[in-house]
Design a protein around this ligand. Structure first.
Ligand SMILES: *Cc1c(COP(=O)(O)O)cnc(C)c1O
Length: 378
């Protein structure tokens, strides 16, 4: 996090609410990821925070990208097509994977020209892809355990491992090639056993498909890599120490391993500065109203099941207080119990580690605009 004096200075200059993205932290997170997982190529999951400056910084470090909609695809493509020609290829997979298993026909028709890599998990999708994006390569998304992840995804996506071989055959019959397998263990996965089981399931499927004459090139281990919001989250190094030997043991060198980290790269790279705009005592509890809330930067409280801490710049004896957002909705509660000193209207507060799944889903409900974004250490 930037120094407190820098945050107050920026808030004075730009006003609040202010969403401060520190690109030095972004670079540090990317380097930590690649240093600990040397065999894994990172495709940043753009949905975690689709800011084009974030895409550019990660691109310069060598990152590729995971997109989940055609507008994310266009945004990333616009930002990377300015490359020198020699760095471009005639297909886009080495830079972009379209990892939403469900795509409408318009998205597929637009993607087809790029010979994209797209994921799928069912027969209907195969028929749609072969019709609207026959030049696409395929990644089969399989269902894997999500136990203990903060956000589970298995109820929405993923073919049962037992269906995998049949689906690969159906794709082949439709003239498509399944290049590899993908999974997602659920977001903020602090149960590393999920990854171990997902790798074993993947290896078993690859073995079975090979015996049926299909050779795969790629394993996509998805996202889920946990951010250390607090010390109950185990260090990334410990996950890497489990993953690296498993990858080498179960997947021959020819299999390319990619991952789609979202939260891990951006969560710690942004800090929100907001301002106290109202104050009341209700039933003996002090209540603060700040100028950002769950309809904007704190949207992750609802959508991401993430709990954020609100901290004050001011020192003083703390009292358990409630913190509300600015809208007229009672749901707009940032925290029921925050230890805060006696704040006055106009005082600033801040929230760390709020870079992922936060302003990405700001709604602007009630006419309150999303926090202004500024970038430091670009
Ligand atoms: C959301 C998502 C990611 C990113 O997940 P994180 O938990 O933020 O790392 C990666 N891949 C897919 C397919 C996703 O849907």
């Amino acid at each position: 996090m930037p120094k407190l004096s820098i945050l107050t200075h920026l808030a004075e200059e730009h006003g609040t609410p202010l969403f401060v993205v520190d690109h030095e932290t972004l670079r540090r997170n990317y380097r930590e990821f690649t240093r600990h997982l040397p065999r894994v190529h990172a495709y940043y999951a753009v949905k975690a925070n689709p800011d084009p400056e974030i895409v550019r910084t990660l691109y310069k470090l060598g990152s590729s990208f995971d997109v989940a909609s055609i507008s994310e695809f266009r945004m990333v493509y616009e930002n990377i097509k300015r490359l020198p020609a020699k760095e471009r290829r005639d297909f886009i997979w080495d830079k972009i994977i379209y990892a939403n298993p469900i795509k409408d026909k318009f998205a597929l028709e637009e993607l087809d020209a790029y010979k994209p890599l797209v994921t799928f998990d069912n027969r209907e999708e195969i028929a749609k892809i072969s019709r609207h994006a026959p030049h696409a390569g395929l990644g089969l998304r399989i269902r894997v355990p999500n136990t203990g992840s903060m956000v589970e995804l298995s109820s929405k996506f993923g073919a049962a491992p037992g269906e995998a071989v049949d689906l690969i055959q159906v794709a082949a019959d439709a003239g498509l090639v399944v290049e590899g397998l993908c999974f997602h263990v659920g977001s903020q996965c602090n149960n590393f056993e999920n990854y171990v089981q997902a790798l074993s399931i993947s290896a078993a499927i690859m073995e079975e498909t090979e015996s049926r004459g299909f050779k795969m090139k790629l394993l996509d281990i998805g996202g889920g890599f946990p951010t250390r919001y607090d010390l109950s989250v185990k260090p990334f190094r410990e996950l890497a120490e489990i993953l690296n030997p498993e990858l080498d043991r179960q997947f021959p060198k020819e299999i390319e391993i990619i991952a789609e980290p979202g939260r891990f790269l951006v969560a710690t790279a942004a800090t929100l500065v907001a301002e106290v705009i109202g104050k009341a005592d209700r039933d003996g509890r002090r209540c603060y109203y700040i100028n950002d809330g769950i309809y904007n930067t704190f949207s992750g409280i609802l959508f991401d099941h993430c709990q954020y801490r609100v901290k004050s710049f001011k020192k003083g004896r703390k009292e358990i207080s409630a913190v509300f957002g600015p809208t007229c909705d009672a749901l707009d509660c940032v925290s029921q119990a925050e230890a805060l000193p006696n704040l006055q209207i106009g005082d600033l507060v801040y929230t760390e580690n709020i870079g992922a799944y936060s302003n990405a889903s700001s709604t602007g409900f009630n006419g309150f605009p999303a926090a202004k974004v500024i970038h430091i250490n670009l």
